[in-house]
Design a protein around this ligand. Structure first.
Ligand code: ADP
Ligand code: MG
Length: 446
């Protein structure tokens, strides 16, 4: 089968104001074939939207090329439509005019575009709402307009960037069902759906093929088929097996990725090597969240399935993964095939009181995380035991985008202050060596 789109060794760099280039997508190759729903799954910040923009021609790769039907794009935007999380409707246009807008842009005559738009509104269940304005509609209705507006141009590939993320749980589930029904009944004049999501279950529910992106820089960690019949049952063992497998892929940071749960035709499991990095990126988790996870694990006899934990804690993967990554980084937990296991140190932490927890966290951070070792050594080496936070900004800005840098510094401060590795004076912007148990006022007075 000929691919519709071929991305060949595409890379993306963003230029930072300080002049550094941050790599957001590592060299990546990806082909999209007709007749399938493809999900691009990854944590936030892994480069999913950036990949989508390069595939659609909305963004140019910094290196490599994107071919549509074997031809280079050359600045021309191919025949695509995109459904966005934010709906992106024109508030001053009626529902009907919103759906007709892309046809107007393509120069289609009034009669034909009117007919097409009405038919599409009917298909997505919006007949009767033609003259309404977006502000009169619920989120679910707005996204139905988003679908209609995308499908009315009869794109070869329908792109969706987290189309259900802004909706409440029930509305999202309804719309997923409707989308699938339209697709399976061939009500859509579309060859392929490419959906970006950070929701594992959504990917397993909808997709024929799942491409898992890892972050920093974005790269493909796994690419496999899901040969389960529709409608899929979330509680079915095969379903859970795929969800577990994806958790395993997403949490195995550097290890080799195991093959998917079933022998699959056409399955390619490719994991690009992770580029060398001097600094481990700190997961954005709060000490309180890490404590909560460890308590729950201790309560469960020391281990639990991540899928189950996410459900129990009512956390999305975007929130659960940083917490588990942090617990692993600190040596409080290990991950194995989608299960989290508490370690002896983690158990001690879970059972300790507030003050002892701070000590255990401090010991763990200094034992396992190079950045905290460096902060601690620098503070101890200086006679005044203080350094500006800016010092670390300068060290880290080679490695992270501006946005990520801010989050890294926030996490460093959060962990370091909690563990009493240092205090931070927000007036002077300086970190100050903290002796455990010392009172903050005392340090400030020195
Ligand atoms: P996702 O969609 O998976 O959440 P994105 O593709 O939006 O991820 O972003 C990936 C990374 O690229 C993030 O770290 C983000 O901060 C960075 N990034 C995205 N767009 C830009 C830009 N225009 N300039 C600088 N950095 C950017
Ligand atoms: Mg995005």
């Amino acid at each position: 089968m000929e691919p519709i789109i071929e991305a060949i060794n595409v890379e993306k760099f963003f230029q930072q104001p300080e002049g550094n280039r941050i790599q957001v997508i590592a060299p990546t190759s990806l082909s999209i074939y007709p007749g399938a729903i493809v999900a691009l799954l990854g944590p936030s910040g892994s480069g999913k939207s950036t990949m989508l923009r390069m595939l659609t021609g909305l963004a140019t790769p910094s290196a490599g090329e994107v071919l549509w039907h074997g031809k280079q794009l050359d600045g021309e935007i191919p025949h695509v439509a995109i459904v966005f999380q934010s709906f992106a409707l024109f508030p001053w246009l009626t529902v009907l005019d919103n759906v007709e807008a892309p046809l107007v842009a393509r120069g289609m005559g009034a009669v034909e575009r009117h007919k097409r738009a009405l038919r599409m509104l009917d298909t997505v269940g919006l007949d009767g709402f033609e003259t309404a304005y977006p502000k009169e509609l619920s989120g679910g209705m707005k996204q139905r307009v988003g679908f209609a507006r995308a499908m009315v141009v009869e794109p070869e590939v329908l792109f969706m960037d987290e189309p259900f993320s802004a909706l409440d749980v029930l509305t999202a589930e309804t719309l997923r069902g409707e989308l699938l029904e339209l697709w399976l009944n061939r009500k859509m004049p579309i060859s392929t759906i490419f959906i970006v999501t950070h929701n594992i279950e959504e990917a397993v529910l909808l997709a024929d093929r799942v491409v898992v992106l890892g972050r920093n820089p974005g790269r493909i960690r796994a690419d496999f088929q899901i040969p389960l019949a529709h409608p899929r049952e979330r509680k079915a063992p095969e379903f859970v097996e795929f969800v577990d497998y994806i958790y395993t892929v997403m949490t195995q940071l550097d290890a080799e990725v195991a093959p998917p749960p079933q022998p699959l035709e056409q399955a390619t499991v490719a994991a690009a090597p992770r580029p060398e990095r001097k600094y481990t990126m700190l997961p954005h988790a709060r000490p309180g969240g890490i404590a909560g996870l460890l308590e729950l694990l201790a309560d469960r006899g020391g281990r639990d399935d991540l899928y189950h934990l996410a459900e129990q804690l009512r956390l999305e993967v975007d929130d659960l993964l940083p917490i588990t990554e942090a617990a692993v980084l600190l040596g409080f937990a290990t991950l194995d095939k989608g299960d989290a296991h508490i370690t002896a140190d983690g158990m001690k932490y879970a059972e300790a009181g507030i003050l002892q927890r701070k000590e255990l966290f401090r010991d763990a951070a200094l034992a396992h995380i190079a950045l905290f070792q460096q902060v601690d050594q620098t503070l101890r080496a200086k006679t005044n035991h203080t350094i500006p936070l800016e010092f670390f900004r300068d060290v880290l800005d080679e490695y992270f985008s501006e946005e990520e840098l801010e989050r890294q510094l926030e996490t460093v401060l959060d962990w370091g202050r909690y563990a009493e590795i240092f205090d931070y004076d927000s007036h002077t912007g300086r970190m100050v060596l903290s002796e455990p148990g010392t009172d903050h006022a005392e340090v400030a007075a020195q």
